[in-house]
Every structure is written in structure tokens, then in C-alpha cells.
Design a protein around this ligand. Structure first.
Ligand SMILES: Nc1ncnc2c1ncn2[C@@H]1O[C@H](COP(=O)(O)OP(=O)(O)O)[C@@H](O)[C@H]1O
Ligand SMILES: [Mg+2]
Length: 247
């Protein structure tokens, strides 16, 4: 890893440089991302918005190191991840990224704390420390009374908070949330959005993918994607209070 010789004014977590993604099936090619350039700094709360088919999921898969670009560069916390192998990507995902998905993706047979400790199991953290950290993360999301409950014994909103705790437990560089309120009623959605606000206030870097403009308004910055290109990149009203024209 390289270190800058002088102190930088920004500390980028995400740097995408001319990123393109082409899907191929047989002889048919489709370019889902057509030259995406974006930098997201530590502590930013960014919503990526765009209509269905615009390339949001494709971008999310690249940002989450679940896939690699066809061309262009992606640096995550200064590390070039665009040419990594599957194994290397899996290690970076575990170390750098906390995921929150629309469908929660919790293991139904495991208790809340067992679900939350799982990324630490993969990271090789000793058992006693895993339990402490899982408990702390669940306390952070207001579920200290629910450590031993399985997902089926929790409401949708509570399950998503378990997923947020799991995303936090590794202290990731980036929290990546894909339509995190897509399966929640309005009251649970509000809870989860408040939780994301709090995590942002605590200095977390959050990228939220959504087609819901009301949800996107909660972020500090909106990146608009259409037909595989960024067409707009704006500070939101809510963000102006906090960012004070930093952009
Ligand atoms: N595996 C794939 N093979 C071929 N085309 C794909 C594939 N995945 C997505 N696409 C196409 O790429 C475009 C962007 O898709 P996607 O990233 O899923 O958009 P969004 O999440 O914004 O709805 C769409 O036109 C979609 O049909
Ligand atoms: Mg999608």
C-alpha cells in the first residue's frame, strides 16, 4: 500500500475511474456502465439513484467487490480492487465492506448474535471477542434484548437492524445498502433510515442504492445514474446543513 507524501485534503474511500461494465451472453453485448467516474470520501453519506435498468445493481456489485469492471479502475480505501481474483475480493469484502440488503439475508436457524458474529468468524476473530463485539453491535442498533432471538421471531424492521449490526461489526470502511427499506413498512423504514443517519453522524461512510427519492433525500449527496452514466451529482437539502458547501 502506498502512502501520500503530503497530507491530502480528502480521504477517498471509493475512487472509480472510467469504469465500464459489459455483459455478454453469446454474441449479444450490453454495456451497463458506460464510463463512470466518481469519488466518495470518508464520512460521506451518498445515495445512488436512477430508474430501473439504469445500472444501479451493476454499480452496487462493483462497489461491493462482488464483480469486477470490464475496464477502468476501482480503488477501495486506496487499494486497487479492479483486477483482483475471486479469493482476494472475498477477503476485501469481509475486511472493508458491510452489506445491508433489501432481503436482509440472515440465516434463519441462527440467533441474532450468531448472525452478527458471522463476518468475524470469517475474519478469524476469537470466539469470546466475537460474542462481545456482536453484542455491542446489536446494542448499537437497539436490539440488546433480542440477542438470542432467531430472525423468524423478529419483525422485518428488527431483522433489518440485525443486518445493520452485522454490517457494522467488522468496523468496515464502507457500509453498502441496497434498497434497505424496500421490504419494510413505513414505520420500520423510518427506524432504519434514522439508524443510517446516526451512523453517518458517527463518521461512517455510507452508500445507499435506491429508486426511492424520499429515501435518497436523507443522504448528503445524490448521484444520479441513467443508461449507465452519471448524469447528476448533487448535494441534497438535508446534506447542506451538515456539509456546509464542502462540495
Ligand atoms: N447479467 C446480465 N446480462 C445481461 N444484461 C444485464 C445483466 N445484468 C443487468 N443487465 C442489463 O444491464 C442494465 C442495467 O441493469 P441493472 O444494473 O440491474 O439496473 P438497475 O439495478 O438500475 O435496475 C439493464 O439493461 C439490464 O437489463
Ligand atoms: Mg437493480
Amino acid at each position: 500500500m502506498s502512502n501520500p507524501t503530503s497530507a491530502p485534503s480528502r480521504n477517498p474511500v471509493i475512487e472509480l475511474d472510467e469504469v465500464r461494465k459489459t455483459y455478454r451472453s453469446g454474441t449479444i453485448e450490453f454495456e451497463a456502465l458506460r464510463g463512470v467516474d466518481v469519488t466518495i470520501d470518508e464520512g460521506e453519506y451518498v445515495a445512488v439513484v436512477g430508474p430501473s435498468g439504469s445500472g444501479k445493481s451493476t454499480l452496487m456489485n462493483l462497489l461491493g467487490c462482488l464483480d469486477t469492471p470490464t475496464s477502468g479502475a476501482y480503488r477501495l480505501a486506496g487499494e486497487d480492487v479492479s483486477t483482483m481474483s475471486e479469493t482476494e475480493l472475498a477477503e476485501v469484502r469481509n475486511r472493508r465492506i458491510g452489506f445491508v440488503f433489501q432481503q436482509f439475508h440472515l440465516l434463519p436457524s441462527k440467533s441474532a448474535w450468531r448472525n452478527v458474529e458471522l463476518p468475524l468468524v470469517y475474519a478469524g476473530v476469537p470466539r469470546a471477542e466475537r460474542r462481545d463485539r456482536a453484542r455491542a453491535a446489536l446494542t448499537r442498533v437497539g436490539l440488546e434484548e433480542r440477542l438470542d432471538n432467531r430472525p423468524g421471531e423478529l419483525s422485518g424492521g428488527q431483522q433489518q437492524r440485525v443486518a445493520v449490526a452485522r454490517a457494522l461489526v467488522t468496523e468496515p470502511s464502507l457500509i453498502l445498502a441496497d434498497e434497505p427499506t424496500g421490504n419494510l413498512d413505513s414505520s420500520s423504514s423510518a427506524d432504519v433510515m434514522t439508524l443510517l443517519d446516526e451512523l453517518h453522524d458517527a463518521g461512517r461512510t455510507i452508500v445507499l442504492i435506491t429508486h426511492d427519492l424520499e429515501v435518497a433525500e436523507r443522504a448528503q449527496r445524490n448521484v444520479v445514474i441513467r443508461d449507465g452514466r452519471i448524469t447528476d451529482d448533487v448535494a441534497t437539502g438535508a446534506g447542506l446543513d451538515v456539509a456546509g458547501g464542502a462540495r
